[in-house]
Ligand binder design. Sequence first.
Ligand code: ADP
Ligand code: MG
Length: 310
Amino acid sequence: MVERFRKKAKVRTIAVASRKGGVGKTFSAINIACCAANGGPNGDLPKLKVLIVDADSQQNSTYYYLKHMGAQMAGQKVLLPPNPNCPMGNIYNISDIIAGNEYMEYPTEWENIFIIPSDGRIDQLNDIATGDIKGYDDNQLNKFSSMLFDDLIADVSDEYDLIVIDTPPSKTHASQGAIAASSDCLVVANPDAFCASNAVPGTIADIQMNNSTFRNEDNQTNIIGILINKVSSLRPTSHEKDHIRKIRSQFPEFFSPNLVMCNYVAFNTEIPQKPGHFEWYKHPQAKEQMESFYNYISDKVLSDIYAEAK
Ligand SMILES: Nc1ncnc2c1ncn2[C@@H]1O[C@H](COP(=O)(O)OP(=O)(O)O)[C@@H](O)[C@H]1O
Ligand SMILES: [Mg+2]
């Protein structure tokens, strides 16, 4: 077993969020987790013990991390393999947390990374709105969801240095609950019209609404910043520039040149491909972008944890 070295610093939980699908939430979550667990993009930082929580019914992180263990695609669904740490045949996932069942993290190919996978049913949190718990309004359901994630984080907080939650697109109770329970949130966007006018302002409004509804003044979910992902090149097109400018002018405080990533950084979600092997290293600019991205995240979120580890 990997020992978690952190003793005093509070576990940090990063929710990766966007109301839009396909922008690179899973990509960012995977890369933050893999960088943290591997000692940063260059391997010269302390190796953190990381838990990934897949809160997305699309199960992309789940498939990525559990494929080698036999996770299989069946139509649109990823069938979970048995958890090797659990009694025969048992699988434990995010739905167990919702149901209040026992659960157990899965190990992954990475010694330092564990995952609570998604079985594709987390959206049932939404069905509760129209089903069993009639009469509950959105706020109460978000609160219910955030309490589930709070409980989960409290349960595992002594075990990990960092928790990364991959959230679903759109405004589901699962994403609201994950955001509300996280210490930090990374907003992911693409340089397009929908992100500039809808997804980014909507996601930031969600975080602020969660802060004012569920959290105290001194315990707010911190917005790490807005990652502008999948820019066509280091010289954005004039359309992209317009959208980036629009995002920046609305939220200058969450904008940084270190939070810009081009669309050649990954070839597909299967990155990094193997433990300790980062596919994006093949592109020199990709490596630089991943370094400044991770350094930015670790400055904002992990400095206490790294300081304590040294
Ligand atoms: N910077 C990037 N460079 C290349 N491909 C990327 C990049 N970011 C994301 N992708 C690819 O775009 C697709 C959608 O990304 P994903 O992370 O699954 O989005 P989301 O989780 O927001 O729905 C995936 O195939 C992913 O590999
Ligand atoms: Mg995803």
